[in-house]
Each structure stands twice: as structure tokens, then as C-alpha cells.
Design a protein around this ligand. Structure first.
Ligand code: NDP
Length: 264
């Protein structure tokens, strides 16, 4: 299938590792140029260079904390300097949380609101004018199955990812007249460093090894009985960003090994 993405420009937040990096590689395979960002400068620059070397596309890696408005401004300026704008935006940067609502202070709520919601708002607001000039575009928000089906140990994550999914729907309605399609993806269990971090913390409390903990999580939750690799998820982002998905507008798609327990 020719996805028709060659020479487009995709912006991926949190593109230095995990799902974001796998999505970046999958776009690069289609000849898409890339602007990646993350807080860790060395890792994001190395990620961009590695992709550029392997796939022959143009790629920049820019140190950015997407939860900070000024950093987002600087990242968008770098994108404009290098590529003159962008066609595709993947709002991916994010991380799990661990708390009880009754114990979590306001600051923690604000941190996740800025990271999961305001980052997507600001990135979209800044890049949509370029997409309009280019005649259209695609925005994909990486939410989570937890936006719909909460995990009990991370209520702030659940709430802010649900807000991201609703933002996605509202933005889709606003932008489809400009030929910009907005959708969100709700992944299930994807084996990335973020899960390794969670496993290292939670497994100790449960008297298990991190591997035993992750295996139990997968068997207890996903009918498929295992985690996905980031690569198993990444191709879906690329399809959704392409014209092959031209009738996909304002929806949320699950890639979860059967974990979602209801029909929607
Ligand atoms: P990882 O922790 O493996 O990677 C996260 C990436 O985001 C890194 O590149 C990290 O780099 C970057 N990042 C984190 N915070 C910021 C920030 N404030 N500004 C810019 N970049 C940032 O996570 P995953 O790949 O597992 O997750 C990616 C997304 O997918 C998240 O939004 C997550 O909620 C979602 N998701 C993941 C699932 C999974 O099973 N893994 C399931 C459902 C959703 P750095 O630390 O250098 O900033």
C-alpha cells in the first residue's frame, strides 16, 4: 500500500525512546522527515541522527519540555527554521502516575494537566497554521486505554488522558473544514521504558521481580496475554496520518490486545 507520505514533515513529541521513537522510525521508513523533541537533549539528538543515518530522511532532535509554553515556542521555531512548518503532529509525550486522589496535591494534578493536555493544545495551536497553508494535515493524540478504562493506581493519569481524548474530538470538529484530521489512539500494554520504570517500583511492593510483575499484568488484563512491542503499535500511527485514513475523523482507536472490556 502506498501511503503517499514521502517528503512530508512529522513532528513527534517524546520521540527519543519508546512509542515515540518507534513511530518516528515507522514514519522514516515511508520517507517522512522528522522533528523530534524530548527533555533529554543528548538522547533526542542521537535518536534523530540515528534515524537520519538509517533511513536517509532529514531529522532534528530538539531539547524541549512540552509541559512548558516557552519550550514549545522554541521547538516550533526550530521546526519552522528547518522545515518551514509541518504536515503531521503526534502528541505523544507523557508518563504514568501513582497516587490516591485523597493524597495527591494540586501541584501533581497541574503537572499532568500541563504534560498531557496543555502540551497538545499548545503544539496544535502553533502548528495548525502551517498545516492550513500546506492544504491540510493530520494530528494524532496518543492517549491511553486508561482514558476509558481506568487503572486504580493512577487516577491523575486516567483523568488527564480522558481529557486529551475529549480535546482531540473537539479539535477534530474545529479543523476538519481545513482538511486537518484529528484522531486519538488508546494503546493498551506496550513494553517501553515507562513500563520498566513502573515495574521496578510496583514489583518490589508485591514481592515479585519486574519481569514476573509485567507478565502477570499482561496475562491478567490483555486477552492476547502479552505486551506489544512499540513497533506493533507504530504502523497504526502512520496509517492514521496518511490519506489512506481519509475518512477517519475525530475518533479514538484502540490498539490493546483485547483489553478494553466493553463495546463502544
Ligand atoms: P517512555 O517513558 O518510554 O517515553 C516517553 C518519551 O516522552 C521519552 O522520549 C521522554 O523523553 C519524553 N518525555 C517525557 N516527558 C516529556 C516532556 N515533559 N517533554 C518532552 N518530552 C517528554 O513512554 P512510552 O513510550 O511508554 O509512552 C509514550 C506515550 O504513550 C505516553 O503518553 C504514554 O502515556 C502513552 N501510553 C503508553 C502505553 C504503554 O503501555 N507504554 C500505553 C498507553 C499509552 P525525556 O524523558 O528525555 O523527556
Amino acid at each position: 500500500m502506498d501511503l503517499g507520505l514521502k517528503d512530508k514533515v512529522a513532528v513527534i513529541t517524546g520521540g527519543s525512546i519508546g512509542i515515540g521513537y518507534a513511530v518516528a522510525q515507522a514514519f522514516a521508513r515511508e520517507g517522512v522527515n522528522l522533528a523530534l523533541c524530548a527533555r533529554g537533549e543528548e538522547r533526542v539528538k542521537e535518536a534523530a541522527q540515528a534515524i537520519s543515518r538509517e533511513y536517509g530522511v532529514r531529522a532534528i532532535g530538539v531539547k524541549t519540555d512540552v509541559a512548558k509554553a516557552e519550550d514549545v515556542n522554541q521547538f516550533v521555531k526550530a521546526i519552522e527554521r528547518e522545515f518551514g512548518g509541518a504536515d503531521i503532529l503526534v502528541n505523544n509525550a507523557g508518563t504514568g502516575s501513582a497516587e490516591k486522589i485523597m493524597d495527591a496535591p494540586d501541584e501533581k494534578w497541574q503537572f499532568y494537566w500541563d504534560l498531557h493536555v496543555m502540551a497538545a493544545v499548545r503544539m496544535s495551536r502553533a502548528l495548525v497554521p502551517f498545516m492550513k497553508k500546506r492544504g491540510g494535515g493530520a494530528i494524532i493524540n496518543n492517549a491511553s486505554i486508561c482514558a476509558r478504562q481506568p487503572l486504580d493506581y493512577e487516577p491523575i493519569y486516567n483523568v488527564t488522558k480522558a481529557a486529551l481524548a475529549m480535546f482531540s474530538k473537539c479539535l477534530a470538529n474545529e479543523l476538519i473544514k481545513d482538511n486537518i484530521r484529528v484522531n486519538s489512539i488508546n494503546p493498551g500494554l506496550i513494553r517501553t521504558p515507562d513500563w520498566d520504570k513502573t515495574a521496578n517500583i510496583v514489583s518490589k511492593e508485591k514481592g515479585m521481580t519486574p519481569e514476573e510483575y509485567l507478565d502477570k499484568i499482561a496475562k491478567d488484563n490483555a486477552p492476547v496475554g502479552r505486551f506489544a512491542t512499540p513497533e506493533e503499535l507504530a504502523n497504526f500511527f502512520v496509517f492514521l496520518a496518511s490519506d489512506c485514513a481519509s475518512y477517519c475523523v475525530g475518533s479514538t482507536y484502540y490498539v490493546d490486545g483485547g483489553w478494553l472490556k466493553v463495546v463502544i
